[in-house]
Design a protein around this ligand. Structure first.
Ligand SMILES: NC(=O)c1ccc[n+]([C@@H]2O[C@H](COP(=O)([O-])OP(=O)(O)OC[C@H]3O[C@@H](n4cnc5c(N)ncnc54)[C@H](OP(=O)(O)O)[C@@H]3O)[C@@H](O)[C@H]2O)c1
Length: 279
C-alpha cells in the first residue's frame, strides 16, 4: 500500500481522509524508518541560499547529504554526514570526471535536488549580453542535464529528482530574460527525463520567494518603471512572504516527500499552489 522507496507524505495526513489504522501504521512506519534508515540526499548549490537551507534541514533530520558548489560551506562541513565537492557545474567535462567520486560506492540516492542556478543580468532581452545569457543556460539547464546523465551512467539509482524551478518559468515578467527561458527549459528537461526514466520520480518545483543573494540583487536594483515585478519583491522583503533560506529549507523537506504521491512524474509544482493540490 505504501510506496516503500519514499518516506510517507507527512503533510498529506492533515488533508486527506485516511483511516486511523492507516495513520498509526504510517506513524510507526515513519518512526522506524527514521531510526533505521537515514536517507541519502544530493544537493547542488549547497553553499548558500535555498541549497544551504535544505542541506542544513536534511542534516538536522538525520539524513546523509552530498553537496556540490564552488564555495565550501564550512558550517555544514563539520557534520560527519555531509560530503562536499567543490565544482564549477558549468565545466561539464570536469563534472563528468569528478562527480562520481563524490558518491564512492553508494548505490542509490533518495532525493537529488538540482538547485544551483544563476539569475544572470536582470533586464531587457533586447540589450542582453549573449555571454551572460549563455552562462545562465549552461548552469540552469545544461549542467542539470549533464549531472543526471553522469549519475545514471555511474549506475546510481535515483528515487526522486527535484529540479528547483521558478515562477519565472511560467510568468514571463519583463526583465527575467534568460533566467525565465532557462527555467522553462528546465521544466521541460524534467518532463523529458520523467519519460526516459520511469523508475525515478521527477518534479520541477517553484519555491516561491526566499531571501537569498538572488533576492538581494533584485531588491537592490535601482527603481525602474519597466519592471513592476521588482516593486512587489521589495515590498515582500523582510516579511513572512519572503522567508529566510533556513526556514524555507525546513518547510520544503516534508513537501518534497509528498511529490510522488501528489503528482505524476515530470510535473511542475509551485509552492504557492500546493494547498489546493493537498485538499
Ligand atoms: N531565492 C528565490 O526567491 C528563488 C525564487 C525562485 C527560484 N529560485 C531558485 O532556487 C534555487 C536557489 O536559488 P538561491 O536564491 O538560493 O540562489 P543563491 O543564494 O544565489 O545560491 C545559488 C547556489 O548555486 C551555486 N552555484 C552558482 N553557480 C554555480 C556554479 N557555476 N557551479 C556550482 N554551483 C554554483 C552557489 O554556490 P557557489 O557560488 O559556491 O558555486 C550557491 O550555492 C535556484 O535554482 C533559483 O533559481 C530562487
Amino acid at each position: 500500500m505504501i510506496l516503500l522507496p519514499f518516506r510517507s507524505c507527512p503533510i498529506a495526513g492533515g488533508w486527506q481522509a485516511v483511516g486511523v489504522v492507516f495513520l498509526q501504521y504510517i506513524s510507526l512506519y515513519t518512526a522506524l524508518w527514521s531510526l533505521l534508515m537515514s536517507r541519502t540526499i544530493f544537493i547542488t548549490g549547497v553553499s548558500s541560499g535555498i541549497g544551504h537551507g535544505l542541506g542544513t534541514a536534511y542534516l538536522k533530520n538525520g539524513d546523509r547529504v552530498f553537496g556540490v558548489s564552488r564555495r565550501v560551506p564550512e558550517n555544514l562541513g563539520k557534520n560527519p554526514r555531509f560530503s562536499h565537492l567543490a565544482l564549477d557545474l558549468t565545466d561539464h567535462k570536469l563534472v563528468r570526471r569528478k562527480l562520481p567520486a563524490l558518491f564512492g560506492d553508494l548505490k542509490e540516492i533518495d532525493i537529488c535536488i538540482l538547485n544551483a542556478a544563476t539569475l544572470g543580468k536582470f533586464g531587457d532581452l533586447v540589450t542582453g549580453d549573449m555571454e551572460d545569457m549563455q552562462r545562465t543556460m549552461q548552469l540552469n539547464l545544461w549542467a542539470n542535464q549533464n549531472i543526471l546523465s553522469v549519475l545514471y551512467a555511474d549506475g546510481l539509482e535515483l528515487k526522486q529528482v527535484v529540479g528547483i524551478s521558478s515562477g519565472a518559468s511560467i510568468s514571463g515578467n519583463r526583465g527575467w530574460g534568460a533566467y525565465s527561458l532557462s527555467k522553462s527549459a528546465l521544466n521541460m528537461l524534467i518532463r523529458l527525463y520523467a519519460k526516459e526514466r520511469p523508475g525515478t520520480h521527477f518534479a520541477a518545483f517553484a519555491p516561491g520567494i526566499v531571501d537569498t543573494a538572488m533576492q538581494e540583487y533584485l531588491c537592490d536594483l535601482p527603481h525602474d518603471p519597466r519592471f513592476p515585478a521588482l516593486v512587489v519583491l521589495r515590498k515582500k522583503r523582510g516579511t513572512s512572504e519572503m522567508p529566510d533560506p533556513q526556514t524555507a529549507g525546513e518547510r520544503f523537506l516534508p513537501v518534497f516527500d509528498c511529490f510522488p504521491e501528489l503528482v505524476e512524474s515530470g510535473a511542475y509544482l509551485d509552492i504557492r499552489k500546493l494547498p489546493a493540490l493537498l485538499k
